[in-house]
Design a protein around this ligand. Sequence first.
Ligand SMILES: [Zn+2]
Length: 134
Amino acid sequence: MAIDCEFRESPEMKDLATRIINRKSEVGYIDVNDVLFLQEYETKPPANARCYRLLGHPIQAFRPETFCIVFYEANIDHMSPQQRALLMLHELMHIPPTGDKLIDHNIKDFSEIIGYGGTDWSRSGRIVPDILEG
Ligand SMILES: [Zn+2]
C-alpha cells in the first residue's frame, strides 16, 4: 500500500524561522537559507515536527540546503501562532552552530532553554509565552 504523503515547501514557516533567528540569540547562528522548510498534511506520525540532515542524501541533487524541518500539519493545526513559534524554536535548536551533525535533546533540556516549563505546552488551547514579542 502506498504511503500517502503530501509535502509542500513552506515560505510561511521560513518566514517564521527568520523572525525567530533574528530575535533569539540561541539560534542566531543559523542561516535560514540552509534549511528547507516543509509542511506535510496527510500523515500523523508521533511527532509534531522533525529536523533532518540532508547532507549525503540524494535530494541534494535538487536542493542546496543542508537541513530540512518538516511540520506535520495534521498534528499541529490546533496550535496558536505562539505555540508554532515555540515549536519552530525547538526544531531550529536541533541545527548545530558548526558542522552538520544534528543536536540531540540529551545535550540540554530544550524546554528549559525555551523558557517554558511543562511538557504539555503544545496541547490544544494552552496559552504559552510569545517569544516574538517584547
Ligand atoms: Zn526535538
